[in-house]
Design a protein around this ligand. Structure first.
Ligand SMILES: *Cc1c(COP(=O)(O)O)cnc(C)c1O
Length: 370
């Protein structure tokens, strides 16, 4: 059996030759950024593909998150999950806000709505949940709490590109939803991101904030950063969209293989995908329980020793990073579930090109220790 390295993910790259005509067009246009023709085309194409009304494109997901927070003019405290990528709560701290970490649901691994209300104080202005691994949050419960307490909701939807529930795109929920188009995500523009919003006024506000705050050549009323997506990134996104169906069917095949071959192993729990009609198979997280003979870290090492690079994602949880631990800019409620899951979780390799023999290698090793 081959011993070539298998990484947790590989970026989706359509054939290079197909990208050249896009570059030629950019060279002809001589417009490299600032809402150029590629940018405008990608906006239209993504609104159609995702089934959303308004989208604002960004140079990365983190700046998009920061700008989303800024656009809602929040203050004080924001309730969020520690079981996410650090950018989620970094975006709050960078806006001078206090992340308030609330625990996750042990099954969905998303923010647990039944624990949100106890964390609300007079300082609370918003909730920032994450659709973790592309599994939709309990959006109805979160909306009800937000309404009752007059809070804004920003979804970190970095994992949820193309995910739909029974009524359509999950990106329609909350005041704003934020996507990442980073190289490792299901849909990538090398680096990139977006904010989904529901009104023209909000789109215009976000567009100003991502362009230094300019309203026109002579007017700036808010300090904004530079979050603009370049033409090269936008062009790559357009090409990438042509391949989404192929990429997703590859991911779906890998997902089915894992389900079929891992579900009977004692001590291995597959994190269920719940509440979605259309999934994007963005990750394949499993939990290594006590009944499995190896610890999570031992299994990770066994895979590594065989050139299979899985990832402990999310470990550590955000509140366990030094910079959070040694500072007082956040509030920590009891997050025992998140902490426990972070010690058991392992994301297995997931990308469309994994073939039968790659998958046999991965599953064979997990079985061999069981
Ligand atoms: C990838 C990711 C981000 C950050 O996106 P970038 O485009 O890398 O800046 C934010 N939140 C979550 C949950 C992510 O996975």
């Amino acid at each position: 059996m081959s011993n070539k390295p298998i990484f947790v993910t590989r970026p989706n790259l359509p054939p290079l030759a197909e990208f050249i005509p896009y570059l030629e067009e950019i060279w002809e246009n001589k417009q490299l950024t600032n809402n150029g023709p590629m940018h405008q085309q990608l906006e239209k194409a993504l609104c159609k593909y995702l089934g959303v009304r308004y989208i604002c494109l960004f140079n990365n997901g983190t700046i998009a998150l920061q700008t989303a927070v800024q656009a809602l003019e929040l203050s004080g405290e924001v309730i969020t999950t520690p079981y996410s990528f650090v950018a989620t709560s970094h975006s709050l701290v960078l806006n001078g806000l206090k992340p308030v970490f609330v625990d996750i649901d042990p099954i969905t691994l998303n923010l647990d709505p039944s624990k949100i209300e106890a964390a609300i104080t007079p300082e609370t202005t918003a909730i920032m949940p994450v659709h973790c691994y592309g599994n939709p949050c309990d959006v109805n419960a979160i909306e009800a709490i937000a309404k009752k307490h007059n809070l804004k909701v920003i979804y970190d939807a970095a994992h949820a590109f193309g995910v739909e529930d029974d009524q359509g795109s999950v990106l329609r929920h909350g005041d704003l939803s934020v996507l990442s188009f980073h190289a490792t995500k299901v849909f990538n523009t090398f680096e990139g991101g977006a904010i989904i919003c529901s009104s023209k006024e909000m789109k215009e506000r976000i567009e100003r904030l991502k362009n230094f705050g300019y309203e026109n050549e002579l007017t700036i009323n808010t300090i904004g950063s530079n979050g603009k997506m370049s033409e090269v990134n936008a062009a790559f996104g357009l090409l990438q969209l042509n391949y989404m169906e192929k990429f997703l069917s590859g991911r779906s095949r890998v997902n089915s293989y894992y389900h079929k071959n891992l579900s009977s192993i004692d001590g291995i729990t597959i994190v269920p995908s719940a509440g979605q009609k259309t999934s994007n198979y963005s990750y394949f997280p499993i939990l290594i329980e006590d009944a499995y003979p190896l610890s999570r870290d031992e299994l990770d090492e066994l895979l590594k020793a065989n050139n299979i690079i899985a990832r402990r994602y999310f470990y550590p949880i955000i509140s366990e990073f030094n910079v959070y631990k040694k500072n007082t800019f956040f509030v920590n409620h009891d997050t025992a579930v998140a902490l426990n899951i972070s010690h058991k979780v392992l994301c297995l390799p997931m990308y469309p090109e994994l073939d039968e023999s790659d998958l046999e290698r991965i599953v064979g090793l997990i079985r061999s220790a069981a």
